[in-house]
Ligand binder design. Structure first.
Ligand code: ZN
Length: 148
């Protein structure tokens, strides 16, 4: 899987250098703050949800490379999706980085499966999951996300 690892590193570096959807939506319909005390990652998500669909989403904050790349890829992946679809992706992503997703079965993650290697880096799992946990909190109307 050397190619996968190389591709993963390239994508992480590239999204760190140029994070997609970085900034703040004003006004927004949903927002939440995420914090991963283990690493120090801080994230704020702002969303514009229209008719059950994520019309736009942005993130800001500071975090490690995995956190920023995960937020950058996540915002791109869920934009235009319904909130139910985004919720299902959050479930699958969380299961994947914990090693609980059977990747031989169809899933909704697309290129997000690049993060599958995170399951071998237990201290990084929360960094990768933080944007998804924050998304879920925002959609539920909770303002503070937990990575638990
Ligand atoms: Zn981190």
């Amino acid at each position: 899987m050397a190619d996968m690892r190389e591709l993963y590193q390239q994508v992480i570096l590239e999204h760190n250098k140029k994070p997609r959807n970085f900034g703040k939506l004003e006004p927004c319909t949903h927002h939440a703050d995420g914090h991963n005390p283990l690493c120090g990652d801080q994230l704020r998500l702002t969303l514009q949800v229209e008719g059950g669909r994520i019309a736009d989403i942005k993130f800001e904050g500071s975090g490690c490379a995995i956190d920023v790349a995960s937020a950058s890829l996540m915002t791109g992946a869920v934009k235009g999706k319904t909130t139910d679809e985004a919720d299902r992706m959050a479930d699958q992503f969380r299961a994947m980085v914990r090693g609980d997703l059977d990747l031989s079965q169809p899933n909704d993650l697309g290129k997000l499966t690049l993060f599958q290697g995170v399951k071998d880096l237990p201290v990084r799992v929360k960094c990768a999951v933080l944007p998804w946990a924050t998304l879920r909190s925002a959609l539920k109307g909770e303002e503070i996300a937990s990575t638990e």
